[in-house]
Design a protein. Sequence first.
Length: 221
Amino acid sequence: MANVLSRDQKSAKAQRIASAAWQLFSQYSFSDISMTQLAEAAGVAKGTLFNYYQTKESIFMTGLLTGYRTYLADLTQRLVTHPVHTPAELKARLLTETRTLITDHSTLVRLNALRGPVLEAHADRQRTAQDRQELYIVNTQLGTVLAQQVPGLSVETATHLFVIQSAIISGLMNLAGLDQFNHTTLTADFPAFQINLEAEACRTFGYYLDGIFQEEIHATI
């Protein structure tokens, strides 16, 4: 009799493959990871791998969206436990979270920087749409919690803050390293091209938050 897996078993195996990809990406660049490596890391046959993901990009897109969903859900719980009450407190918390993303979730932000230019070209559209729908729900729940805590802050604006945060980090990552080629420093000295990702992301996001709070929250006072 054929070994027929249940829906939960199939979901668990698909997640195991995505988790294996995540571990590989924490050590290697996207271009250096093959489907053969992914199959070996996940403990499945290469043919089985293609039963769950048709492309390498689909695997990593799933890992990216699942990773962000987990991060935002965790942040929501931390805000419920340790709420913010003013725009100043919210700004301080969000800038702390920006530093945490860059320093403690480097795999997540590296992968997010590949989403548009690399992953979307060959990722599965239907699976990506479903994963993004689930991410949207979690992001909206987070925005709702923040809007309830900070007077004058709308759910729409609170939810959008994390899109801007992500865009700032990814944009800076894609522009970083102009003084290098293939991770090797160029002969010419280009000091103006050097970027301190953590400092620049916090500075840019901080300016954005100041503008949003001035525009939205102060207008309601």
